[in-house]
Write a protein that binds this ligand. Structure first.
Ligand SMILES: Cc1ncc(COP(=O)(O)O)c(C=O)c1O
Length: 424
């Protein structure tokens, strides 16, 4: 370690507090100086392959020139302006571009800051929709193992567990359905809708992948069945595509893959290509119409200081344009390298439940402890020594690379995983 990186780490330890980090006995931080393509470059010039797209945000690769150019142009042209009472080309243009590509008949874009706020907006929109129509409904339905973010509303719809325990008394109650891949899920939803359907405001799901819970995959048919049941009762369906959006499952959106048309969709993470924070909650027209009223109390009183920040919107527009045939081909390549290599990984005795969906690959290690299992940190340290950056969810190992990664680079990550599995 150079003097420069050593001093950065010491300064960090003195003044910073990191997310999802137990600072007592923590693993050494990586001093990242720059990032390019699929690589993070540390302060000593070492390259690390970013196998998790920097917490699932980077899509095309770090430092993409088209996004950098859009950001640079807007920093000097229009850095920021309040979005209540004002408008601007980046926000309107992004809304138009997104609506052309979103599944179903979504027609309105509401901006916020990140995945959690996109979910908060969706929940508030859904509840006030019923209120404004004069038929208030307050039952919110969510799935076991869900993760929708870390703000109080998003935590309320997330599964109760390790991340939420200290806050249980503060969280609002939801009707919790069994895990979507279990045979009990659909019958439980059916019973709920029969008994209390007219009290249910909204059902929220992470389509096809419950990511933070350990990259738990679930089926298109189950998603279609949930959508059918919910929407045939005129209940609103929120698809939280904060993680699955922007090509992670193959097509641009998981709902597109499953041919499901939600009433509300939440986006963030890959929205700006992973360059700037931005959240989107897209809604169908009847939702928007329910807020049109001579009674000003029917207004959606929600907003954030940086709502529709022009620089972030411009980055998102530039990122969206990069989803072309070449990007489709890259994602297909990633999926097939995953499939081939996962078949081999699956033969290791400590590997359980190997799974692939689109650009996402995951498996579990036969180790106790779940999210708190130390094996994930051991593997992350092993990977780092071999030039790969991963961050297992405890005993769940996953790869979710930026789309610019080459087949050889991805194969080298699997090679490292093989070495680790053999060393166990
Ligand atoms: C499905 C889903 N929803 C919401 C969030 C929260 O997003 P953010 O971390 O940007 O607040 C996440 C984050 O991982 C997520 O995976």
């Amino acid at each position: 370690m150079t003097e420069l990186s050593g001093s950065l780490l010491a300064r960090d330890l003195a003044v910073c507090w990191h997310p999802y980090t137990q600072h007592l006995g923590q693993q050494p931080l990586i001093p990242v100086a720059s990032a390019k393509g699929a690589y993070l470059i540390d302060a000593d010039g070492r390259h690390l392959l970013d196998a998790i797209s920097s917490w699932w945000v980077t899509v095309h690769g770090h430092g993409h020139p088209a996004i950098a150019e859009a950001v640079a142009e807007h920093v000097t042209n229009l850095d920021h302006v309040i979005y209540a009472g004002c408008t601007h080309e980046p926000a309107v243009g992004l809304a138009e571009d997104l609506l052309r590509r979103l599944p179903g008949d979504l027609s309105r874009i509401f901006y916020s800051d990140d995945g959690s706020t996109a979910v908060e907006v969706a929940l508030k929109m859904a509840v006030q929709y019923w209120q404004n129509r004069g038929t208030p409904r307050h039952v919110v339905v969510a799935l076991e193992h869900a993760y929708h973010g870390d703000t109080i509303g998003a935590m309320s719809v997330s599964a109760r567990g390790l991340f939420t325990t200290p806050f249980h008394d503060l969280l609002f109650q939801v009707e919790r359905l069994p895990p979507p891949e279990s045979p009990e899920c659909l019958p439980a939803l059916e019973r709920l809708l029969e008994q209390r359907g007219n009290q249910v405001a909204v059902v929220i799901v992470e389509p096809l992948v419950q990511a933070a819970a350990g990259m738990r995959l679930w089926g298109e048919e189950a998603l279609q069945a949930i959508a059918r049941m919910v929407q045939s009762h005129d209940i609103l369906l929120i698809a939280d595509e904060v993680m699955t959006g922007f090509g992670r499952t193959g097509p641009l959106f998981a709902c597109e893959r499953a041919h499901v048309a939600p009433d509300i969709i939440c986006l963030s993470k890959g929205l700006t290509g992973g360059v700037l924070p931005l959240g989107v909650t897209a809604a169908r027209e009847p939702l928007f119409e329910a807020f049109l009223s001579g009674d000003r109390r029917h207004t959606f009183f929600h907003g954030h200081s940086y709502t529709a920040n022009p620089i972030a919107c411009a980055a998102a527009r530039a990122s969206l344009r990069l989803f072309d045939d070449a990007s489709d081909a890259q994602r297909t390549m990633i999926g097939s390298v995953h499939q081939t290599n996962m078949a081999e990984i699956a033969t290791a005795h400590s590997v359980l439940n190997p799974r692939v969906l689109g650009t996402i690959a995951a498996f579990d290690l036969a180790e106790p402890g779940g999210y708190l299992s130390p094996v994930g940190q051991r593997l992350a340290a092993f990977a780092r020594e071999r030039g790969v950056f991963i961050r297992p969810l405890g005993s769940t190992v996953y790869l979710l690379p930026p789309y610019c990664i080459t087949a050889d680079e991805l194969a080298s990550i699997y090679h490292m995983l093989h070495q680790f599995l053999e060393s166990q």
